[in-house]
Design a protein around this ligand. Sequence first.
Ligand code: HSE
Length: 428
Amino acid sequence: MNPSQKTPLKIGMIGLGTVGQGTYKLIQRLPQLEVVAVAVQNLEKERGIDDLDTSLLTLDAHAVAVHPDIDILIEVAGGVEGTKELLEAAIQAGKHVVTANKALIAQHGTELFALAKKHDVSLLFEAAVAGGVPIVTPLKMGLASNQIEEIAGILNGTTNYILTRMMQDGWTYEDALDKAKALGYAEADPSSDVEGFDAAYKIAILAGLATGHWVNVKDMTVEGITPITPREVDYAKQFGYTIRLVALARLKNERPDVRVHPMLVPNEHPLSSVHNEYNAIWVRGDAVGDAMFSGKGAGELPTASSVMGDVLAIVADLEAGNAKTAVGMVLDLKEPAVLQPIGETTNRYYIRMTTADEPGVLAALGTAFGNAGVSLESFLQLPNPQNNPHTSLMVVTHIAQESSVQEALSAIRSLASTQAVDCVLRVL
Ligand code: HSE
């Protein structure tokens, strides 16, 4: 194709924050595309774009969504309810839509996909999961013949950056979060990052792609990294583990096990070497075996790279007469998945307790675990040189059912020798 011979396709954008600016810059490189309108919330705000045409900026997002000239709407503003209405208006006006909005796709994807199908437009969302890492398209296309059995991912750059700084450099949680915000990794409200919901939306989308059934985040167990202290980070290192916020989808059962929580990842596991804002998704398919996808999961140009991959897929489809390739086809999700309750899931567990340092304590703990049917794999008691009456004990269990571990912990908490069960982390 000689792009100079064609009329540029017209793009409308909603949002010109970190990802929007990166997207605008990448569009400037492509002569076959032209931005004709950009909706922002503040016309005066300084943007990090040298050749920004400020005459394109408007406060009227709805006017951009239904702008008569645009072929493709790019939504990189975030938000759920109001943004959903904008996307619906765009789809009803016959616009193809590219979004980076994981909360919106995870919560309202099925309705939006149905609407896109009805109006014969594409609704693509590669940038919604894992920033710059292509994973939505590989699941839709390259791995389409597989039964996906399991997905384990590091899907949030902010928390991975925080945990990396805490583990490698001894930073405090607060300092690491401030730096992640300054680097443009965090969501506008970083509680979605640190409490695990950003990763939950992403794994729900991936599990939906893998199974064809919508996964409701409200049915998932979602735990964030706020309880992780520098002390746990140090102990994890002593045990040969790295702490990571892991998004899991175990899909072989009739009821999928989909959840997000911090985990101890053994140092020899590939996910333990995913550092800083990098994301990684390990996928097991029945035909492909194990496959791993990794790269920058947040930030301006990496996320814009995924947005533009979708835009260019739509451009290719439009050039082929609006035929839909496998990338451009909208999803057709079946009824919601019924998830396995967390109590029925099986894991290994790391447990740190503060107990009295006196005869019979270990025997009582062993009895509590044994009565619940939980077998211990390793055990560590830290030296107690000052004859402190209390000591720290760490155990790692063999694979056990979550409800059995909770039963053991409830018995342990009621022992007179137990001062506290300080930390319980599942082990990958
Ligand atoms: N806040 C997200 C993250 C950005 O930290 O991964 C990409 O969704």
